[in-house]
Design a protein around this ligand. Structure first.
Ligand SMILES: [Zn+2]
Length: 77
């Protein structure tokens, strides 16, 4: 499974759980990063469990979108 396929699979599971496209998903080398604008620790915990249950996902991190490293300027990476 490619990272892009993995990203779509995780997004589909999270959309089904949340009922809308709440989470933005980034995947690199099987490591998923989830970010949203709400920063709710309970929801982040649930989303982490759901994302980690997708076969192929090796690791899950959550970020508030404003602090998501994948949304930082390229120089910050
Ligand atoms: Zn992000």
């Amino acid at each position: 499974m490619t990272d892009d396929e993995l990203r779509r699979a995780v997004e589909r599971e999270l959309d089904r759980y949340a009922g809308w496209s709440r989470w933005l998903v980034h995947v690199r080398d099987g490591e998923a990063v989830l970010c949203d604008d709400l920063d709710d620790p309970v929801e982040q915990h649930m989303a982490t469990i759901i994302a980690a249950s997708v076969p192929g996902v090796r690791h899950v991190d959550t970020h508030h979108r404003a602090r998501c490293p994948h949304h930082s300027p390229p120089t910050a990476a």
